[in-house]
Design a protein around this ligand. Sequence first.
Ligand SMILES: [Zn+2]
Length: 325
Amino acid sequence: MSNELMMRKRLFKLYAANLPFYLDDKSFTGLFGCPICMRPFSEESILPETLEVNLAHIYQKSLGGKLCTLACKKCNSRLGERYEPHLTLEAKMHRAFDGTGTSSIDGFINWQGKRIPAKMNMDEEGRNVVLSPHLAKMPEVLALQAHLKTNPTDQPLHLSTNFPERQRQEIASLASAYLMMFREFGYEILRTTDVDEIRALLRSDDPPAEVPCAITSIPCQTVMTAPGELAHTVTLVRSADGMCFWGIPLPSPVKDKPLRCVLFPGPGKKGSEDYKAICRVRTGSVQCKCTVVPLPPARQRLVDAEARYFGVRVWNEMTGQKVYC
Ligand SMILES: [Zn+2]
């Protein structure tokens, strides 16, 4: 049996055992519910022949993510096709313009009504356009080269490239945060106020003009972990005005920069108050100076169950104090 199939089996059992705690509908017994669309799936759906349910990377694999949970094929592909490429593009852009000149992104030089493909980056001298060798024989490229030879180069060239869309980037971050919450707490997260709105966003093919405030992504230096790695924990984050949120640290796409921390509405009764507080953080009317507080022990049902399967540890990254081991 392949490693991936073994992991799918373990996760399937884990979530199928967790689901009945949260759903009164007994027809779900022994089934897995996709955390995004909540469609029920039987154990056959994880087999290679059908693979209707597959591993879902919490932070995308192409950016170094290793942690997994499960989601249905349809939801997985929607995130992979419509949203995650915008996070990848963001990371690529940062690498291309970091001044080392070692990575580049594809772009165009707009010249005399033509779009001439070029690689763009920035080295330490600030040069930022590279005409790739494989383009050397294109008539437009030859014409541009001839033009640059015979004309002073101090006139600016117009460059264009594809920029990541901010809303899609935010939804990709939200998906990571949501899947991380699901990994840690299982179906408990369905009790979180406003989670329906988050799931509706993750099920949409296109983002709304403005991503609602259920998500905000703040630079977070209080949750420490190595750049490029996802902290193996979800933390409670308290804002300056005392409101608590779930804080899900995500790696920054920029090396050596602080992590991002996606704030999630708090669980339980206080959910909508927390949601309002997130809106205030988002609109800038609250200065969000976040500190990390330990997880309350009551929210550990899946972690307890999961520990039996995986030996997961949960700890407060700030204090190093083990919350669950
Ligand atoms: Zn689904």
